[in-house]
Design a binder for this molecule. Structure first.
Ligand code: FES
Length: 375
């Protein structure tokens, strides 16, 4: 019976059925009921189903995921929030997409490395099989290539930091159509412990043979006995100062590169684009610019003093208000509420917004003076 119903919903007559169902099921949406049959049909909370799993190295795994309704696609180089159910608790993390963007609804790939203390990365990289359903947030990030492409590009990556760059390289390879076309002049310098620990190593070697516009330099720290420092970069890419550079890897490496580019002056520094894996967490409570005030949870009828720098989510929970939430880090949009009155400050950016009706992320927004939210 479920199959017949779902097939009907997909067809023309299904649209009429959908409209009628919407009237009957308000305030829930038909999609909420469809999600009971198949989580991928519930557009309110986009989800994806793991179609296949491919080991890349001993620690890194690629998951090919077919997204369901309501997921908006991505650009090469972006990352996506992923919600993983572990023992009944939804844990959110962000992961870079490793595939080239395809058509809407097409499967995409995430490549995840199991971190030593990583509850979610370990589950995804080592203990997730085909058929697993994962919640998805909207793809995010501006670590993407401009259009038109720069004449000369340098990708500088280490370890699993190659993932977003791999998405870009695959997109470029697909766009250029292969051997006789050009994506300008692209150099990839990638550092990994050794050949076995190099994600996408085989594909990189094939790409560099087939694409004349691409030059790949793989640096193996374990076998060479030394790290690839900014100072050694000139040996493998002498014109790095003139290239637009995209870099992704461990934090200390990015800090060293930022410093090195900074020392070359503003014109060179402007050509450096960095991607850090961990999003900045909301700032700790701070009195800077804060005002005393009140948070009114309109529907619940609860008033709470607006503590300086305290996220609305935490203030509401402390007062016993049922607050929707997810990642608590500003990535999943599982905590949004409509602002009825007043202004809020985004703790990540310091930006103040205050239009009635604005959807605010309560986990990363704090009250500026007196505010009312629709909760
Ligand atoms: S964005 Fe995830 S809980 Fe706020």
């Amino acid at each position: 019976m479920g199959t017949t119903f779902l097939t009907a919903v997909r067809g023309r007559s299904g649209r009429l059925l959908h409209a009628a169902a919407a009237a009957l099921t308000t305030p829930l949406l038909p999609a909420d009921y469809l999600a009971l049959f198949d989580p991928l049909l519930g557009g309110r909370w986009p989800a994806g189903r793991v179609e296949s799993v491919r080991p890349e190295t001993a620690e890194a795994t690629t998951l090919v995921i077919r997204p369901g309704r309501g997921w908006g696609g991505f650009r090469a180089g972006q990352y996506v929030p992923v919600g993983v159910d572990i023992d009944g608790v939804l844990h959110w993390r962000t992961y870079s997409l490793s595939s080239a963007p395809g058509r809407p609804g097409e499967p995409f790939a995430l490549t995840v490395k199991a971190l030593p203390d990583g509850l979610v990365s370990g589950r995804l990289a080592q203990d997730t099989g085909p058929g697993t359903v994962l919640r998805l947030g909207p793809a995010q990030g501006d670590f993407t290539l401009p259009e038109p492409l720069p004449e000369r590009t340098l990708f500088l990556t280490a370890g699993i930091g190659l993932t977003p760059v791999m998405s870009m390289l695959r997109a470029l390879a697909r766009r250029q159509g292969g051997r006789n076309a050009s994506a300008g002049d692209v150099v990839l310098v990638h550092s990994a412990p050794d050949r076995a620990a190099t994600v996408f190593g085989r594909e990189l070697r094939v790409l560099s043979r087939r694409m004349p516009w691409l030059r790949v330099h793989l640096h193996h720290t374990r076998t060479s006995g030394r790290r690839l420092t900014p100072q050694r970069l000139s040996a493998v890419c002498p014109d790095w100062r003139e290239r637009q550079t995209w870099t992704c890897g461990p934090g200390p490496m990015l800090d060293a590169l930022r410093q090195h580019w900074h020392e070359q002056g503003p014109a060179v520094e402007r050509r450096l684009h960095l991607e850090r894996f961990r999003p900045a967490l909301p700032a700790a409570a701070s009195g800077a610019g804060a005002e005393d005030g009140l948070i009114r949870f309109q529907r619940t009828g609860v008033d709470v003093p607006a503590g300086a720098g305290v996220p609305l989510l935490r203030a509401g929970e402390a007062a016993g208000v049922a607050m929707p939430s997810g990642c608590r880090m500003g990535i999943c949009f599982g905590c949004v509420a409509s602002l009825v009155q007043g202004r809020v400050r985004d703790l990540r950016t310091g930006e103040i917004t205050g239009e009635p009706g604005t959807l605010v992320q309560t986990c990363v927004c704090t009250a500026v003076g007196t505010v009312a939210v629709d909760l």
